[in-house]
Design a protein. Sequence first.
Lengths: 126, 126
Amino acid sequence: MATTQDRQLVEQWRSIQNSYFRTAAAIDRALEAKFDIGLNEFEILDLVAESVDSACRMKALGERTPMTQSAVSKVVDRLEKAGLVTRATCADDRRSLYLQLTDAGRTLHSEAAVEHRALLKENLGE
Amino acid sequence: MATTQDRQLVEQWRSIQNSYFRTAAAIDRALEAKFDIGLNEFEILDLVAESVDSACRMKALGERTPMTQSAVSKVVDRLEKAGLVTRATCADDRRSLYLQLTDAGRTLHSEAAVEHRALLKENLGE
DNA sequence: CGTCATTCAATGACAAGGAATATGATTCGG
DNA sequence: CCGAATCATATTCCTTGTCATTGAATGACG
């Protein structure tokens, strides 16, 4: 029952996979080499940086990435250990945490973002 | 320096990420539930099934998936343990291995493939 | 042939992610 | 108010993946 359409679907899927992995790997290696953080760490940093005004809860992050809640928690652990973000308990609801970039975090983010965008452009926009 | 183009690139990237992860997760769960194998295992099985005629070397697999050589090796371990494929040393070059589906492997593959294609269609072909 | 570099695959140590569960905070029905 | 249910986050345990290394086989070449 291997219809032509099936084969096309599989082709399409493999092509998505390949371009996704190639791009992710390229970015990951570059960030690792130049800034000593992985892609997932950068992406969280990027999300935190986006929400400068509206303080950023962990919960919100979970909704904006395909990462699991526990993965997000661990990524934030590493970012915190690296001194790039801080977790601040928030008065309204003490279950929640607000994340904030440290100065080091802001600096690193803005430098890494340049690299990130450049690699995206190279890999997506051909 | 957050240009409009940058924002578009990031948007595009996140959209790719999300659709990739959603699709992969959906397929993975379904295969796990119904056939007790993960997505990576199925994909290797699928590659082996494709090369019925030309016996399939490990090396060849490595070139057709974004997986690492060692990851492929371990996935094949599991498939072998599950009785779905066999590794046959090959006479021409005794470093190489030829993979073959067992009967169980062939059966499981053809059933799982239906599910796989259906989910691809659902997730990619909208 | 004998040596040296290269190739294919497996393995062990380690890092990262997911599922399930724990913990502490909050809300809500009565 | 009290207890149950729910929520936000952390943590534990297990699986899987990567990197580096190893061992065996091959090939190039003097």
